[in-house]
Design a protein around this ligand. Structure first.
Ligand SMILES: O=P(O)(O)O[C@H]1O[C@H](CO)[C@@H](O)[C@H]1O
Ligand SMILES: O=c1cc[nH]c(=O)[nH]1
Length: 242
């Protein structure tokens, strides 16, 4: 049975998967693997398989936003994936977490629309403790020189604001580290489908109300952080018992 949206045959799908929003980032991460090959391409979902230190790993892009990403996570679960790590980007909420830093998400605030249609209010979106520990250990071992923070992140659907104000200030005051758009969906779906999930994020700027003017994820600083987080996530995903 072909996974209908990913257009991947589960027979070719490794049971550990790195996921990211951008299909081009997926291709770049896949190029780091040994014996890397494409195993499917449909819509925003570009899938690869290869090995990292001798262990089979998939790399799959999920696009921007929770609903589309959820389709990807559900089909990966159906295809037998047991461990997923998201290699994403995020906007910082804290002055001390500068662009080019890395954030390991321990849990996500569910400010998205999707997860409230899957689980009741109050259901937590939490990363798997073993995956968080493996990411922290891999980051320490690689000693990249980048600042690595660990804590709660926020998932929202809104990237540019409308007439309703961004809730940035509230969450900043509550100590949330950064904002992105898919972690809550990943953590909730992983909980429902018996997968272990984690997420590491490269900070590409400060999240604020003028994102349309200030957002530029195409810098050397962000590229360096993405390359580092990809290697850390690959080290971590093969270290975790699957
Ligand atoms: O860089 P990715 O993994 O796509 O993650 C972040 O970047 C996108 C917005 O530009 C959203 O998908 C957000 O979650
Ligand atoms: O969702 C996102 C992703 C990157 N940077 C942001 O400010 N927001």
């Amino acid at each position: 049975m072909m996974l209908p949206n990913l257009k991947v045959d589960p027979e070719n799908l490794p049971k550990r998967a790195i996921v990211c929003g951008d299909p081009k980032r997926a291709a770049r991460i896949a190029a780091l693997l040994d014996e890397s090959k494409a195993i499917g391409e449909n819509r925003e979902y570009h899938s690869y398989a290869g090995t990292w230190n001798g262990t089979a790993v998939a790399v799959v892009s999920h696009g921007v936003g929770s609903p589309g990403a959820a389709v990807c996570f559900e089909e990966l679960a159906k295809g037998g994936v047991k461990t997923i790590i998201r290699v994403g980007t995020a906007g910082s909420y804290q002055k001390t977490i500068e662009p080019g830093s890395l954030v390991i998400s321990t849990a996500a605030v569910r400010r998205d629309g999707l997860t409230s249609q899957l689980v009741p209010p109050g259901f937590p979106a939490v990363a798997d403790r073993r995956v968080v520990d493996a990411l922290a250990a891999a980051a320490a071992k690689r000693d990249t020189g980048l600042h690595v923070a660990e804590g709660v992140t926020l998932t929202m659907d809104m990237f540019y604001s409308g007439v309703v104000e961004f809730p940035h200030k509230l969450y900043q005051q509550a100590g949330v580290l950064a904002v992105e758009m898919e972690n809550a969906a990943l953590f909730v779906i992983a909980a429902l489908r018996g997968m272990r999930a984690g997420s590491i994020l490269a900070i590409d700027g400060y999240a604020d109300a003028d994102l349309l003017e200030t957002y530029n994820p195409h810098t050397e600083t962000t590229a360096k952080a993405i390359e580092a987080e990809a290697r850390i996530a690959l080290d971590a995903i093969v270290a975790v018992e699957n």
